[in-house]
Design a protein around this ligand. Structure first.
Ligand SMILES: [Zn+2]
Length: 118
């Protein structure tokens, strides 16, 4: 391989690395957007639940059942936990299951509460 072939290879490799970095950024931005959207949905559901409780109490509506809204909030919250775990992975972090502290993935024990990390 001649000198120009060598340079071409370096250029090709640099381009591949840059493309990969842009791809990672895009994935990370998508993840951040989805986290914001799910957080916003959860806030909307809490607001809806609050409104429903308010009117049920005010009008003595005994048939009001919050189970559906609570189920939706729980589903969204589970999704949020999943997404945040993905975000932690990307950042080289993990979250303590006991106290919720985000810590370096290298740590074997939580620096806040001392629980063994998975
Ligand atoms: Zn902890």
């Amino acid at each position: 391989m001649g000198l120009s072939g060598d340079i071409m290879n370096k250029v090709k490799k640099a381009t591949e690395t840059a493309t990969q970095k842009v791809g990672e950024l895009t994935e990370s931005a998508k993840l951040n957007m989805e986290i914001s959207a799910v957080e916003s949905d959860i806030n909307d559901l809490y607001r809806e639940l609050g409104r429903a409780v308010y009117f049920a109490a005010k009008t003595s509506d005994s048939i009001f059942d919050p189970a559906e809204l609570i189920g939706k909030i729980d589903g969204k919250t589970d999704r949020l936990v999943e997404l945040k775990a993905q975000q932690d992975d990307r950042r080289g972090l993990k979250t303590c299951a006991a106290c919720g502290k985000r810590t370096d993935a290298e740590n074997e024990f939580c620096p806040a509460c001392g629980k063994k990390l998975d």
